[in-house]
Each structure stands twice: as structure tokens, then as C-alpha cells.
Design a protein around this ligand. Structure first.
Ligand code: NAD
Length: 371
């Protein structure tokens, strides 16, 4: 697909799926951009099908990366199962078509964040790549070393990196920036991550705030901050901004637009040549002025990157991890390893991820029975 290099099945995952009793098919050229050519699939026992339309007609289970288009959804029918990212909260039309068609749809972003489901947690596997890649993109646009050096030609200071939001992507960014030798600072509204941040060799940024730095909601997610907390946070960022070379923002709150945390005046106070990567660009961005899917340079020479395709920029690795997530989902749907789907709506993980089932919309799911 244009703008998407990942693929939902690799030759390796196809081998595993065949062990579950399935026959595997792939659209011609689907893995090419991720480094898997048709011959590699054929060598793994996969049948290459010439067109997407023929593939959707032929297959009973369709695995995909990006949410399906309307045309694709219209190719579904009763008895077919689609497993894909689906963005169900903002995809009413897609849910409606799936319902009309009587197809079953599993939305990968709805896999609950519980231990048993970690092997299917595509949000985490992709966020991990996005965090790492954000540092690489920042480095690529930053005209200096990350690490400090003392050379015969002069002394080079280490870069200072601030990571805002220390969830899965933020922690991956911290790890990558620390390993490149930068001095890394990180902030999150959830105080429990401070220890994790510090154990990775970064410094946790605390606020001068009389209440605890507690923006934690249930389930490990953040809740919107109070106006007072937000002011204290912005004041701290204002203080840090002139000193930071690279800022990577990853702050998200479930079912809300991304909070704006890096404002125009902070950008104005940054040094020429500094780089901001806004990993929240898909949900509106944490940075004032981010342009989704673009890289811009401000009047004062600060680069702001708003790409939303970081995992696709590491397509081979991302496909390998995503295909493994998909393969585990299919494995859980195939308890008898006989190539037959058992769509068990009593299973918490399968139920939560299923957004359309046998002619009904089943999103949002009920609360989990076991947390
Ligand atoms: P996310 O993408 O929803 O948000 C990213 C980070 O932004 C979070 O750490 C959040 O606290 C932070 N944030 C929100 N508002 C902020 C603000 N105003 N300022 C600074 N930071 C702000 O989060 P995620 O990466 O999906 O992870 C969320 C949680 O889920 C984490 O606790 C993670 O450990 C947990 N998790 C658990 C599992 C599992 O048990 N299977 C899997 C993945 C993630």
C-alpha cells in the first residue's frame, strides 16, 4: 500500500500459521518493501495471488496492517475474519460496513494491555519501534554528535535530549538516546515511571508542585492534568527549553486529543539546529505547530518532525514483530490447531479486540473480567 511498507505476514510467520493447519496466501509484491520478496514466500509454502481483490475473495482470514478502506471492507462477507488495525473509536463507517457484511473484525489496537496478551500487543511492538526511530530521525536532522567527545580538534559537549511521556515509545526513545551517549531527561505525569527512567540512565524531571506528580489513571494510562498541574509542567518546560538540543514528545491520553505541551514560545527559545520529534502527531500533536506527516523548520532554525509512519520506516523489523503479534492472535483463535477458527467471545482478549461479530458491532467492549 502507498505510504505503508509493513506487511502482516512474513515467510516465517507463514510457516507457523501452516503448523496451525492453515493454507497461506499473499498478495503479489505485498512484502517487497519490507524486504520479503514473492520467492521467499513461495519458498515458505505460501501461494502468491496476483491481485488484492482475488486475495480477499479467496481468503477466510485476512490479516492487514493499516485500517481497511471501504472498498476492502465491502469485499468481506459472513464467514470471513479481518484482523488489522482498525481505529474503531473513529471508524463508525467501517464498523457499519463490517456489521452489514456480517464479517468478524479483530482490531489489533483493542488487544487489552494484560500480561497474557502481551504477545499480541501490536500497539506496544510498534510504539517501541517508533520511539527508537524517533531518536534516529532526530539524529539525522541534528548536525552534531549525541555523545560528548574530547578530541585533538576540540571538545564537543554531549547533546541534551528531553523525552516527554515515558510510556512504551518514550522508554524506547530514552534507551536509544542514552545508548548514543546523550544526556537524557524525561518527564511523565505518572510518577511510577520515574524509577524506570532512572534505571535506564536518564534523569527524571520533577515539578515544583505541592500535590504529588500523579496523573495516573487506572490501567497504567494517564488522565488529563488539572490546569494547575499543567501550568507547573509548562513552566518547567519553559525553563528547560533553551538548554535542550532534542525534544521527543510521546504524551497521549486514551480517547482524547494529544495534550499540547511544547508551545510556540518554548520553540522560539530553543537553539538554532535543535530538533523536535512529535510522536503524537497522529492524534493532533504535543507540539504547537507540528504538521502531520511533515518536517518543518521554524524561523529560528528548529526542525519539527511530525511523521506518523515511524514503524513503516523500519519495515522489515516492524513486519516481523507485527506478523508475530498477528500469528499469536490467530493461534489463540485456533485452539485445536486444525485450520479452523474458534471465535470464542468468552475469552477476554478475543472479546476485547473483536469490534464486529456476526452482524453486530461489538465495540466498545465490556470491562475486562480479569485485569
Ligand atoms: P500512551 O501511548 O497512552 O501514552 C504515552 C505516555 O504519555 C504515557 O506514559 C502517559 O503517562 C504520558 N502522558 C500523558 N499525558 C502526559 C503529559 N501531560 N505529560 C507527560 N506525559 C504524559 O502510553 P503507552 O505507551 O501505551 O503505555 C501506557 C501504560 O501501559 C504504561 O504504563 C505501560 O507500561 C503500560 N503497558 C502495559 C502493558 C502490559 O501490561 N501488557 C503493555 C503495554 C503498555
Amino acid at each position: 500500500m502507498k505510504g505503508e511498507n509493513r506487511v502482516a505476514m512474513t515467510p516465517d510467520s507463514a510457516r507457523q500459521l501452516q503448523k496451525l493447519g492453515y493454507e497461506c496466501l499473499i498478495e503479489k509484491g505485498a512484502g517487497h518493501a519490507a524486504g520479503f520478496d514473492d520467492a521467499a514466500y513461495e519458498a515458505a509454502g505460501v501461494t502468491v495471488i496476483k491481485t488484492a481483490a482475488a486475495l480477499w475473495k479467496e481468503a477466510d482470514i485476512i490479516a492487514k496492517v493499516r485500517p481497511p478502506t471501504e472498498t476492502e471492507l465491502k469485499r468481506l462477507n459472513k464467514g470471513k475474519t479481518l484482523i488489522s488495525f482498525f481505529n474503531p473509536a473513529e471508524n463508525e463507517k467501517g464498523l457499519e460496513i463490517a456489521r452489514e457484511k456480517g464479517a468478524n473484525v479483530i482490531a489489533m489496537e483493542m488487544v487489552p494491555r494484560i500480561s497474557r496478551a502481551q504477545k499480541m500487543d501490536a500497539l506496544s511492538s510498534m510504539a517501541n519501534i517508533a520511539g527508537y526511530r524517533a531518536v534516529i530521525e532526530a539524529g539525522n536532522n541534528f548536525g552534531r554528535f549525541f555523545t560528548g567527545q574530547v578530541t585533538a580538534a576540540g571538545k564537543v559537549p554531549p547533546a541534551k535530549v528531553l523525552v516527554v511521556g515515558a510510556g512504551v515509545a518514550g522508554l524506547a526513545a530514552i534507551g536509544a538516546a542514552v545508548s548514543l551517549g546523550a544526556i537524557v531527561y524525561a518527564f511523565d505525569v505518572r510518577p511510577e515511571v520515574a524509577e524506570q527512567v532512572e534505571s535506564m540512565g536518564a534523569e527524571f524531571v520533577y515539578l515544583d508542585f505541592e500535590d504529588d506528580q500523579d496523573g495516573a489513571e487506572t490501567g497504567g494510562y494517564a488522565k488529563p492534568s488539572s490546569p494547575e498541574f499543567r501550568e507547573a509542567q509548562l513552566a518547567k518546560f519553559r525553563e528547560l527549553a533553551p538548554d535542550m538540543d532534542i525534544v521527543i514528545t510521546t504524551a497521549l491520553i486514551p480517547n482524547q486529543p494529544a495534550p499540547i505541551l511544547w508551545t510556540k514560545d518554548m520553540i522560539q527559545s530553543m537553539k538554532r539546529g535543535s530538533v523536535i520529534v512529535d510522536l503524537a502527531a497522529e492524534r493532533g500533536g504535543n507540539v504547537e505547530g507540528t504538521v502531520k506527516d511533515e518536517k518543518i523548520v521554524t524561523d529560528n532554525g528548529v526542525t519539527i518532525i511530525g511523521y506518523t509512519d515511524f514503524p513503516s520506516r523500519m519495515a522489515a523489523q516492524a513486519s516481523q514483530l507485527y506478523a508475530t503479534n498477528i500469528r499469536h492472535m490467530i493461534s489463540d483463535l485456533t485452539p485445536n490447531k486444525d485450520g479452523q477458527i474458534v471465535h470464542d467471545m468468552e475469552d477476554d482478549v478475543i472479546r476485547s479486540a473483536t469490534v464486529a461479530y456476526q452482524g453486530e458491532i461489538t465495540f466498545p467492549p465490556p470491562p475486562l473480567k480479569v485485569q
